[in-house]
Design a binder for this molecule. Structure first.
Ligand code: CA
Length: 380
């Protein structure tokens, strides 16, 4: 079998309900979907978390010429070759994000060729269902009362849907953050997990103040409190608060995570994005490193349904930090914000019922793509 064509589809859709995290307001959803064709009639699909036009250029200009004519089943060999080809110029960021999407598409081809789900070829499943947490509770209005009303209703909605965990965006200033934490805890009670995510909107001084004040509200983790490069501040924060410290969606490959995990460890929970940190191949290696260092692993997920399916395949094979009935089991990040084509791109969307997500059982990633939806939102 040989690779005959590589396409990077850039997709975009405006959204009516804008929402904000600590860095920006979001007024459109974007995606980069990779399609790799073979002479055997098998097509593999991948998803990239990254700036679409730039990663598409890396895929089509740098990687595609190296892929055409190659055997797609030799995934590790291809990973090494592509990684080395841009190693001097792209040890992290878009070069690795583009590589991630290629790797995912090659796993999809491998699964379809052998007639097995990716997680079976990776040695699983360790589990066939995982708990999903709702990613939402973004800032929706600059008017404080209106914002509180919207987020209160949103949190209640997650409870009604059966979610046992949800994540609040913080990083808007101490008063905003604490007001929302207090109000939301009042609404959801203490039996539901509440996480908070600052999207590295704070420096260490601000992050310390928030962490110490939020401890009373049983926060499950504090995600990206400070800049991803500032591991010394992650370590300092981890020393002074009982709230577990999380991060890693802006880090790449074994080499970044080696620095995060080495003693003194910078994070309690690492969150590599499978469609950004190096693909399924690399993220499984990172997960094994995390276990060896005693760190938890919950994949970051922010993409199309292909990315969601990819995360589920990885979640099916993530090792436990420790065995035992009380073991921490990895969770699915389930994006609940507006997205016109996230699940619509799939013939059979990834199912989440009562806060539980089920691992796709079909060959490869276990998803089929709706070509008409792809064409509708494609902009390149
Ligand atoms: Ca995040």
């Amino acid at each position: 079998m040989k690779i005959t064509a590589v396409h990077a589809h850039v997709m975009e859709a405006p959204i009516e309900e804008h929402f904000a995290f600590s860095q920006a307001w979001v007024d459109k959803r974007v995606g980069t979907v990779i399609e790799i064709e073979t002479d055997a009639g098998i097509t593999g699909w991948g998803d990239v978390y990254g700036p679409p036009w730039i990663v598409a250029a890396v895929i089509e200009k740098a990687y595609a010429p190296m892929l055409i004519g190659e055997n797609p089943l030799a995934g590790d060999a291809i990973w090494e070759r592509l990684h080395n080809s841009l190693r001097d110029h792209g040890q992290r960021g878009v070069a690795i994000q583009a590589l991630s999407g290629v790797d995912i598409a090659l796993w999809d081809i491998r699964g379809k060729h052998f007639g097995a789900p990716v997680h079976v070829l990776m040695g699983g499943p360790l589990r066939s269902e995982v708990k999903a947490y709702a990613t939402g509770l973004y800032r929706r209005s600059m008017d404080q009362d209106e914002n509180i009303a919207i987020l209160s209703e949103e949190a209640g909605g997650y409870i009604n849907q059966g979610f046992g965990a949800m994540k609040l965006k913080v990083g808007f200033g101490f008063d905003y953050d604490m007001t929302l934490i207090e109000i939301l805890r009042g609404i959801i009670g203490f039996d539901v997990d509440l996480f908070m995510d600052a999207n590295h909107g704070y420096d260490l001084v601000q992050a310390k103040k928030l962490a110490l004040a939020a401890e009373a509200y049983d926060i499950g983790w504090f995600e990206e409190p400070v800049a991803p490069e500032d591991l010394e501040s992650y370590r300092e924060l981890r020393r002074i608060t009982t709230i577990p410290i999380a991060g890693g969606e802006c880090s790449f490959t074994r080499f970044d995570f080696r620095a995060i995990l080495e003693s003194p460890r910078a994070m309690d929970i690492i969150q590599p994005d499978t469609a950004s940190a190096g693909g399924l191949t690399e993220c499984k290696k990172i997960a094994d490193m995390a276990v060896a260092h005693g760190a938890r692993y919950n994949p970051h997920v922010w993409g199309t349904g292909i990315g969601l399916a990819t995360a589920m395949q990885l979640l099916a094979v993530l090792p436990l930090t420790v065995p035992g009935v009380a073991a921490h089991v990895p969770m699915l990040e389930y994006d609940q914000t507006p997205h016109p084509f996230r699940q619509g791109l799939l013939v059979d969307p990834i199912q989440v019922e009562n806060g539980v997500a089920y691992v796709p059982e079909g060959p490869g990633l276990g998803v089929e793509i709706k070509r008409d939806v792809l064409e509708r939102y494609k902009v390149n």
